[in-house]
Every structure is written in C-alpha cells, then in structure tokens.
Design a binder for this molecule. Structure first.
Ligand SMILES: NC(=O)c1ccc[n+]([C@@H]2O[C@H](COP(=O)([O-])OP(=O)(O)OC[C@H]3O[C@@H](n4cnc5c(N)ncnc54)[C@H](OP(=O)(O)O)[C@@H]3O)[C@@H](O)[C@H]2O)c1
Length: 292
C-alpha cells in the first residue's frame, strides 16, 4: 500500500489504522492550522510526501456520549469538525495532489424510496437533524471544491451504523445490547471488517466520487439482537420498541433509511449482504469473548 495518513484519532480511524497499518495523526486541525506543530496544513502535508489521506475526523457524540444529540446542542463545534476541517483538509490535499478519502454518512436520508433505496443521485432528504445537516453540507463543499480544482481526487464513502466483530462502545452491537427495547425498522448498515477490506481496494484503485458505502440489503436492530441472543448470549433479554417511543427518548430525530449500493458494486467493491455480514461479526465477537 502507498504512503497514507489518517486524521481522526477515534473509533473508525483506529480500526482502519490497526488493520491497514496506516499511521494516525493525532494533532487537532483548526482553521487550517495543525495545532501543536505551529504549521499550516499545506506545509505540514507537503513535508510528508503522502499518496493519500483518510479523513476520519468528526463530531458524532460528546465527551460523555449522548450520541448525535450532542450535535444539536453544540452546533459550532459540529460545523467546525464535520464541515470546516473536512474542507480545509481536502483543499490542502487538492493543492498537494494527495488523494483524499472522506468518511461521509448515509444518515442524510429518511425512508427506503419505495424499496429501491436512495442512490447517490438522490438529494439528501433528511437535513433537519443537525448532524445529518453537517455531513450533507460537507459533501456539498467537497463537490464544490472538485468543480473549482480539477486536481482534487477524492472518495466519499457514506457509512451507516457500523457493526463490528469486537467490543467497542461505538460498535452498534455494544450500543444495542445496553438497551432494554430496540426498534424493528430495516436499515442500511456497514460491517467494519468488510468496510476495511473495501477501503483497501478503494485506495488501491484510487476510486473517485461519492458512494453509498454500506453492505447490500437491510437489517433491523431487533434482528441484530435476535442474532446476538442466538450466537453470543442466550440469556440476553430485550423487547420491541415502536418508532414513536424511540423518538420520545431522543432529543433529535434519527434517520432510518435504505441506501442503494449498486454504484459501489459496479465499481467492483463487493461486500457481503448485511444479514450474513452481521452474523459473521457476531461469530467473531463471540470468539473474542470466549478467548478472554
Ligand atoms: N461511527 C459511526 O456511527 C459513523 C457513521 C457514519 C459516518 N461516520 C463518520 O466517520 C467519521 C469518524 O467517526 P468515528 O465513529 O470514528 O467518530 P469518533 O470516534 O468520535 O472519532 C472522531 C475523532 O475526530 C476527532 N476530532 C474532532 N474534531 C477534530 C479536530 N478539529 N481535529 C482533530 N481531531 C478532531 C475527535 O476527537 P474529539 O472527540 O476529542 O473532538 C475524535 O477522536 C466521522 O466523520 C463520522 O461522521 C461515523
């Protein structure tokens, strides 16, 4: 693999770094400055002779995690991390001819588009939630950069609800197992081990454009917990929750949607169907638990 650098010392940045052996840059990026180095981004990146940069920076929760509700009450911090930083990093990469991989979000849609799923050609229809608004805005800014700078080569992978094969408080499995009640609404999701193998291929072929980056098909939280009970913990107890009940417990409305993944598959990035991929993650999750 060519020389890359990951910005964003969080869950996904570390998972990608651990599997693909790409170092993580832990500096804070604020208004074009790399805080702690006294250097501007351009100068900093130039000195590193990079082939690609992965932007895994973002605000998806607060220090004490109230999930994306945090964004609704911390709009300025959210815009800074999700929009300004993405734009600054991308612009510096464009000026230095560095391929830019952006971790976008598919939570900018609501619904399943009559069963077809939203494609990359559909305009986001769920921007009333502040986190979704910030991620949709970042995409617009990066598209604008592409229009004005032909040197900007980028991939935007719209992820949703990462499911992993190991413990992490940000793994959807570990979030769901803490809930007494879960919803049974079909959603597009990404399994992290398959996302990482997809990324390896994407970077190798320097795929460009905006892509829905989820496994094909949909699954619900209720189905995941049913599998969890079967594969990991037969004593686990949970109940069904209605969407109305969920909306009463969160401060900002949640996205539930189906994405169409035809574009990703046509580019040769073939991920297993979500139901089978989640089963595979749960089997790996159980094996890790048993080893402890
Ligand atoms: N996990 C998901 O459910 C999910 C789904 C779809 C898309 N994504 C996208 O994937 C990306 C990574 O998500 P994640 O789950 O890995 O989130 P995460 O664990 O919160 O990691 C994001 C990291 O970015 C850091 N950060 C924020 N502002 C920064 C700045 N100005 N300079 C340097 N670092 C900064 C955060 O540090 P502080 O927290 O200390 O500020 C945090 O370490 C985000 O863009 C997110 O929108 C995630």
């Amino acid at each position: 693999m060519k020389k890359g650098l990951i910005f964003g010392n969080g869950y996904l940045g570390n998972r990608i770094s651990g599997e693909l052996g790409i170092p993580i840059d832990t500096h804070r990026i604020i208004e074009n400055m790399v805080v702690g180095t006294n250097q501007y981004l351009d100068e900093y990146l130039k000195g590193k002779s990079l082939d690609f940069v992965i932007n895994a920076i973002g605000k998806t929760h607060g220090p004490n995690s109230i999930g994306i509700d945090y964004c609704k009450f911390h709009k300025q911090e959210t815009l800074q991390s999700n929009v300004s930083v993405a734009e600054e990093l991308a612009s510096a990469c464009a000026r230095n001819h560095i391929y830019f991989v952006h971790l976008g979000s598919g939570c900018i849609y609501q619904g399943d588009k009559n069963g077809f799923g939203y494609s990359e050609k559909d305009k986001p229809n769920f921007t009333e939630q502040f986190y979704a608004f910030s991620k949709a805005t970042a995409e617009e800014r990066l598209l604008e950069l592409e229009r004005i700078n032909p040197n900007f080569k980028w991939f935007d992978g719209r992820l949703r609800m990462p499911v992993d094969d190991r413990y992490n408080k940000r793994n959807l499995i570990d979030k769901l197992k803490e809930y007494a009640k879960v919803i049974d609404i079909q959603n597009s999701m990404i399994t992290v081990p398959h996302m990482i193998s997809g990324l390896r291929q994407i970077i190798k072929q320097k795929l460009t454009g905006i892509y829905n980056f989820t496994n094909p098909g949909t699954i619900s939280a209720f189905e995941i917990m049913t599998l969890y009970k079967k594969i990991v913990d037969p004593n686990h107890r949970f109940e069904l929750m209605s969407l109305g009940e969920l909306n009463n417990t969160t401060k900002d409305i949640r996205s539930n949607c189906k994405l169409n993944t035809d574009k990703l598959e046509s580019a040769g990035i073939k991920l297993p169907k979500i139901y089978e991929a989640v089963e595979e993650c749960l089997i790996g999750y159980k094996k890790r638990l048993d080893k402890k």
